[in-house]
Design a protein around this ligand. Structure first.
Ligand code: AGP
Length: 364
């Protein structure tokens, strides 16, 4: 391949480090300070149509599905439209009720994933309005949808998606702000979210500057046979994506659970050989998350927290800069991309081409 590696040993490392620039690209030319909103040229949805949306359903696979889960939460929070995400691979097979007042969004890096494309075609056949949130310009899903948002992450070569996930989540933030401002999101809140979005590239650089600490932690936890990832509400899809990243690239078994579900079963797994990675944002659930850490500590579980401040109950904390609470999920997964990378490196894995996986799954 002809891309310049710029001193990076793998595409995964290179692409993780491209994220501040990638996010900057996703924002460029889209911010509209005059109306405290964003301008999304290709959306093909006027204000009247945006206001008529009663539900949002997001469809994607793997990492893109996880980005969609965060996106759904952002849309509910900022636009107050009921929203959820579902794996496109399942959606098609359960004979879903297709509702004309629902806005469907297909999310895909490659724009060629068969399961997503087939879901789009099924929706279109039933008369639904489908937008795309896609990275590759002119790809099949971009062409098949009625409009959408290009996430502008740039080419992603590593099979394991990193910068594209971040740009997808940022793009969902833009869409949520846009939908919110056609409804009840105030000018003041619009301004606050715009300021938060603008801060992201510098905050990403801040996280990446902490790479040496993350490398050390990855070496320390690389002996684990299995790891638990937990989070609540905004932190839960972050935990799911981080656990997928670790599995894909290191082959360490990992499970992701809402922290609130631990006591309903998975707590039985906790012991010193099963470390937990906990996503602990400084939000309205902080005390509840701390209580979960105590439960784990009481069972002698090792804990690595990703948090906005050092967590006493954790053995280690990676501190991440705080943004607006609606946008925090964008940043909290980034150190765990590096964690997965360094764990895989310590284990001598084929980082850019993990076994059994392909960059783009164009078959069923
Ligand atoms: C990401 O790390 C994965 N390799 C995989 O889950 C991927 O996100 C999924 O196959 C969907 O691909 P797409 O975004 O190109 O549609």
């Amino acid at each position: 391949e002809s891309y310049d590696m710029g001193g990076h040993d793998t595409y995964m490392h290179k692409e993780i480090h491209e994220q501040a620039d990638a996010v900057d690209r996703a924002l460029r030319g889209r911010i509209d300070d005059r109306f405290s909103t964003v301008h999304l040229g290709g959306l093909n949805l006027d204000a009247r149509e945006a206001r008529a949306v009663r539900r949002v359903k997001i469809l994607g696979c793997g990492t893109s599905y996880h980005a969609g889960q965060i996106g759904a939460q952002m849309i509910e929070e900022l636009a107050r439209i009921p929203a959820d995400a579902e794996p496109a691979s399942e959606f098609r097979y359960r004979n879903p009720v297709v509702d004309p007042d629902t806005l469907y969004i297909a999310v895909s890096q490659s724009g060629e994933t068969y399961d997503v494309l087939a879901a789009v075609q099924e929706l279109k056949r039933k008369g639904a309005r489908v937008l795309g949130l896609v990275n590759v310009v002119g790809s099949a899903i971009a062409r098949e949808t009625d409009g959408g948002i290009y996430v502008h992450a740039g080419p992603e070569v590593c099979v394991v998606s990193t910068k594209c996930f971040t740009n997808m989540v940022v793009s969902f933030g833009l869409l949520a702000l846009h939908l919110g401002r056609t409804r009840d999101l105030s000018v003041a809140d619009g301004k606050r979210i715009l300021a938060g979005l603008r801060k992201l590239p510098a905050q990403i650089e801040e996280i990446l500057a902490n790479e040496a600490q993350i490398e050390e932690l990855a070496k320390e936890y690389a002996d684990a046979k299995s790891m638990m990832f937990i989070g609540r509400v905004r932190g839960y899809p972050v935990a799911r994506e981080a656990s997928l990243k670790l599995k894909e690239v290191s082959y360490i078994h990992a499970e992701a659970y809402p922290a609130s579900e631990l006591k309903h079963g998975p707590l039985a797994l906790i012991e010193p050989a099963m470390p937990t990675v906990a996503i602990v944002p400084d939000d309205e659930l902080l005390e509840k998350n701390r209580a979960a850490l105590e439960e784990i500590k009481a069972r002698s579980g090792r804990i690595l927290a990703v948090a906005h401040s050092v967590q006493e109950k954790a053995d280690h904390t990676i501190v991440v800069p705080k943004n607006e609470h609606e946008l925090d999920a964008i940043l909290m997964g980034i150190p765990l991309q590096l964690f997965a990378y360094y764990t895989a490196k310590a284990m001598g894995r084929d980082i850019d081409k993990p076994r059994n996986l392909a960059k783009s799954v164009t078959v069923e």
